[in-house]
Write a protein that binds this ligand. Structure first.
Ligand SMILES: O=C1O[C@H](COP(=O)(O)O)[C@@H](O)[C@H](O)[C@H]1O
Length: 253
């Protein structure tokens, strides 16, 4: 397992540009060695941060990017809860990811079929692999410690066979969602959590320092071989006592 890097920024204003630069640097390396960059996006607070920071990078070329979603809510793409819909309006109009390289769920399907259909799309993009190996997965964490649509105490945390699973009883609305499973998340070459705001401080302490850590889905994200970053702002890091990195401005990770 690769070493975990916990990196604390004074505020999300300093964190955002470093996140964008991290994505861009891993994209450059992936394209140089494999001819494309595969990125998994999460919803929630990440949407606005990425939509602000990625288009601000000079000369960003996304023509060789393939983008999927770490989880998605089973709602039409024009519903305000649709993660795809938010990125479509806020980010995809500003950067040149080919439309055909954006994998999205078919929200007209019942949730089980929707998960199977999304798994099939992922298998097409990663032929020959038993699990997709994304270059970068960007994850958020809710105040309850959930990540993707993997919630504390939910049986989906034990899923080992499927790469994408349906969930019909999400404690956070909307109840029907599809989510990548932990084996896929932990196969990625690089996983980056972004956690900001004081509401995340208690759970962040548990996830990064607590003995009860594995009870929280986010604490079970431990890439087998890939890099693991936790990018946190000052308010979210307020309760941490572990040693963290505090980079200066213009830092690159
Ligand atoms: O419901 C969800 O929440 C998590 C965390 O969101 P945040 O706003 O607390 O950062 C998000 O990562 C996930 O994609 C989303 O479906």
């Amino acid at each position: 397992m690769a070493a975990r890097r916990v990196v604390v920024f004074p505020s999300s204003a300093e964190l955002g540009p470093v996140l964008a630069e991290l994505v861009s640097s891993r994209a450059g390396k992936a394209i140089a060695s494999r001819g494309r960059f595969t990125l998994g996006l999460s919803g929630g607070s990440l949407v606005s941060m990425l939509s602000k920071e990625l288009p601000a990078l000079p000369n960003l070329d996304c023509s060789k990017w393939v983008v999927g979603f770490c989880d998605e809510r089973l709602v039409p793409s024009n519903d305000p809860e649709s993660t795809y819909g938010l990125y479509k309006n806020q980010l995809f109009t500003k950067i040149n990811i080919p439309e055909t390289a954006i994998l999205s769920i078919d929200s007209s399907l019942p949730v089980n079929e929707c998960a199977e259909d999304y798994a099939r799309q992922l298998k097409e993009v990663f032929p020959g692999n038993d699990k997709p190996v994304f270059d970068v997965l960007l994850l958020g964490m809710g105040p309850d410690g959930h990540t993707c649509s993997l919630f504390p105490g939910h049986p989906l945390l034990e899923e080992t066979a499927r790469i994408v699973a349906p969930i019909s009883d999400s404690p956070k609305p909307p109840p029907q969602r599809v989510t990548m499973t932990l084996p896929v998340v932990n196969s990625a070459r690089c996983v980056v959590f972004v956690s900001t705001g004081g509401s995340k401080a208690p759970v962040l302490k548990e996830v990064l320092e607590g003995r009860e850590g594995p009870a929280f889905p986010a604490a079970r994200v431990l890439p087998t071989e890939g890099e693991l970053f936790w990018l946190i702002d000052g308010p979210a890091a307020a309760d941490l006592t572990i040693t963290v990195e505090r980079p200066g401005s213009g830092a690159r990770l």
